[in-house]
Design a protein around this ligand. Structure first.
Ligand code: ADP
Ligand code: MG
Length: 648
């Protein structure tokens, strides 16, 4: 291996018109197996030269050739590879990653190359043995002495088996005895066939070298070659470097290790961010619960095999006589309508019904007790056994009355005869009926429920005919023998221009409103997601600033921008995932608590979390978190490695 440095000039830009020339035209060439010392006063340009050689700084004039191949004009990708596979850096201040164990510090470069874990560890252990640290591999850097730290740094520089080791004042922070040991180690490395270029202050250290280069003010002023030892060039096996990419799994692993270091902070951020997720899930689930409750309540006392059909009149807000309110909404059915409905597939029976709401003149009497009622209704199959609290449906000459009406008249009314007065149009009817049964349950009916008298349709029709009044049905019930047909029948009914029951229409309107309200509430809750996003953004930025040096180190050992970005994105992914899971957990706990209360008070489960909300919550949390992490991650990726390493 031959390294050629050709007329390298390096200018630091200070401002737009000012620059500082730190290297003023350097020409050097090196061969494998040499230990070269570079000495010079502080500020003479030694570190600048090392950064240029190591590919940390690509902004210079001139050229650097390795085996006659330029590394200057290379793409960023190739430059990353060059740093990773050809160069090993050793720094004065060690630059170990403080939160990683010795073993992990050394294997980072392999992780960045996507080498398998077992292989990483095998290789790291061998090299740790070579530098005499096999007993310290599970320690963290701050549990080591200076000399030991520098050995770790040397081991890290060696792990990818590079051709060139660049050591910038490797003994600058060590006492003389430890320095000797480190220099001995470096000498061995050079003897094994690598090119070691070492910056040093001390002439004594330079004595170890095969060649001493003196630099002053950005120029080489002396280049002294010593009698060369015989080198035994031991070719070390090149490891099989995989795809050269940091895998997402390893990125998550590295992110996890880092997050453990700042556990308290990351937990707090996750909890903070989870509040938004919890509120959104709870809002959606309350909407869900209320909607389901409404549906169930409506379906509870309805015969599932019966479809109620009504026909809305166009001028529904014009009652045809005073006192008639709600029934004016539904238009009477003609025979043609009834025939049309009867033809619908799977309809086995068509039942006609008549219902009339009237606020004056409807009176039920027994003995000297009397009470007014509001609705005259006919019985059909839609009234199930569950609706009838006691007794049976009325036959001809009988009526069933609602529980609230019964309680007004007589506690024990079944079988007794009552007198009923009611109006149809302007015609007054006064008839006697035997009470056959009681409809509904007082405990379950609300205060505003209208009192109702149910009569057999045929019975009502013939009573009306006696007084020359024609009754036309205003509700039709379609009965089918199989519940599975109900939805098809309902669709056809609507397609023919009829409507369902008033309850169904109200429920439809209510559900629409409920959806709107639910989404508005969820959207309001989602504002807290924006707050979480900003929180995550800030924490990630802080993390980038704190770890600037670490990012510099990672770049020096060959991390690509993409890898750095991936590590930070993995971190925001983890924050998002944990806050999503935490938010979900809290939402589920809240669900149980709220449901215990509401089911005790109203026998209703108010909050129903569906699987979709769970998925949605976690996806949103992860998504927002990753989005928030993108900007800090690319900031980290763009950091200039030379500047990052200079940072204290
Ligand atoms: P050495 O390592 O020999 O002590 P450096 O290579 O660090 O010296 O610096 C060489 C010269 O370049 C010094 O005069 C220093 O002030 C200057 N220099 C180094 N880095 C920068 C920078 N980022 N911007 C401007 N000047 C710089
Ligand atoms: Mg320096």
């Amino acid at each position: 291996m031959i390294l050629d440095i050709k007329n390298v000039i390096k200018d630091y830009k200070l401002s737009r018109n000012n620059k500082f020339r730190a290297l003023k035209g350097i020409n050097l060439n090196f061969e494998s197996g040499q230990l070269v010392s570079i000495i010079g006063e502080s500020g003479s340009g030694k570190s600048t030269l090392m950064n240029v050689i190591g590919g940390l700084d690509n902004d210079y004039q001139g050229d650097i050739l390795i085996d006659n191949k330029s590394v200057h004009t290379q793409s960023e990708k190739e430059l990353d590879r060059y740093r990773k596979n050809k160069i090993g850096f050793v720094f004065q201040s060690f630059n170990l990653i403080p939160h990683l164990k010795v073993l992990d510090n050394i294997t980072v470069a392999l992780t960045l190359s996507n080498v398998k874990k077992a292989e990483r560890i095998k290789r790291a252990k061998k090299i740790l043995k070579d530098v005499g640290l096999e007993n310290h591999m599970y320690k963290k850097p701050n549990q080591l002495s200076g000399g030991e730290k520098q050995r770790v740094a040397i081991a890290r520089a060696l792990i990818n088996n590079p051709d060139i080791i660049l050591a910038d004042e490797p003994t600058g922070s060590l006492d003389s005895e430890t320095s000797e040991q480190i220099l001995g180690l470096i000498k061995i490395i050079a003897n094994k066939g690598k090119l070691v270029i070492m910056v040093t202050h001390s002439e004594k250290v330079a004595e170890y070298s095969d060649r001493v280069i003196t630099i002053a003010d950005g120029l080489i002023i002396k280049d002294e070659k010593k009698a060369e030892d015989k080198k035994m060039i031991i070719g070390e096996e090149k490891i099989n470097i995989g795809k050269q990419n940091l895998s997402f799994k390893d990125a998550v692993g590295m992110a996890l290790k880092n997050m453990k270091e700042k556990l308290g902070r990351n937990l707090l951020v996750s909890i903070g961010a989870s509040i938004g997720i919890t509120s959104v899930i709870i809002m959606l689930s309350i909407g869900n619960g209320v909607g389901k409750y409404m549906n169930n309540t409506m379906n509870e006392y309805v015969n599932p095999n019966v479809v109620e059909v009504q026909q809305l009149s166009e001028e529904s807000d014009q009652p045809d006589s005073p006192g008639e309110l709600m029934t004016t909404e539904s238009k009477p059915f003609e025979q043609a309508n009834i025939d049309e409905l009867a033809k619908i597939e799977n309809v086995d029976k068509v039942e006609l019904a008549y219902s009339k709401l009237n606020f004056r003149g409807n009176i039920a009497k027994i003995g000297d007790k009397e009470s007014s009622f509001q609705i005259l209704n006919t019985v059909s199959s839609n009234i199930t056994k569950e609706n009838i609290t006691s007794g049976v449906k009325p036959e001809s000459g009988e009526v069933m009355i609602s529980a609230n009406l019964a309680s007004e008249l007589d506690d024990n009314i079944i079988g007794k005869t009552i007198d009923v007065e009611f109006l149809i149009g302007e015609t007054k009817f006064i008839e006697s009926f035997k009470v056959s049964g009681i409809f509904g349950d007082i405990a379950q009916s609300g205060m505003n429920d209208f009192s109702t008298v149910f009569i057999n349709y045929e019975n009502l029709k013939s009573l009306a005919e006696d007084q020359d009044v024609v009754i036309k049905p205003n509700t039709v019930y379609l009965v089918t023998d199989d519940q599975d047909n109900v939805n098809n029948i309902k669709e056809k009914v609507l397609a023919l221009g009829y409507t369902g029951s008033m309850e169904e229409r109200l429920l439809g309107m209510f559900t629409e409103m409920l959806d709107v309200v639910t989404y508005i509430l969820a959207a309001i809750a989602a504002i807290s997601l924006v707050v979480s996003a900003i929180m995550i953004l800030v924490v990630m930025y802080i993390s980038v600033v704190e770890r600037t040096r670490e990012i510099g180190v990672l770049k020096a050992i060959g991390a690509r921008r993409k890898d750095i970005k991936r590590i930070f994105v993995a971190e925001s992914f983890l924050i998002g995932l944990s806050s999503g899971l935490f938010g979900l957990l809290v939402a589920v706990l809240l669900m149980f608590m709220i449901n215990v209360i509401t089911s005790n008070l109203f026998s209703v489960d108010l909050v129903i979390i569906s699987r979709n909300y769970v998925l949605f919550g976690i996806l949103v949390s992860v998504g927002i978190s990753i989005l928030a992490g993108l900007a800090p991650a690319s900031k980290a990726a763009k950091l200039d490695p030379v500047e990052s390493l200079r940072r204290e």
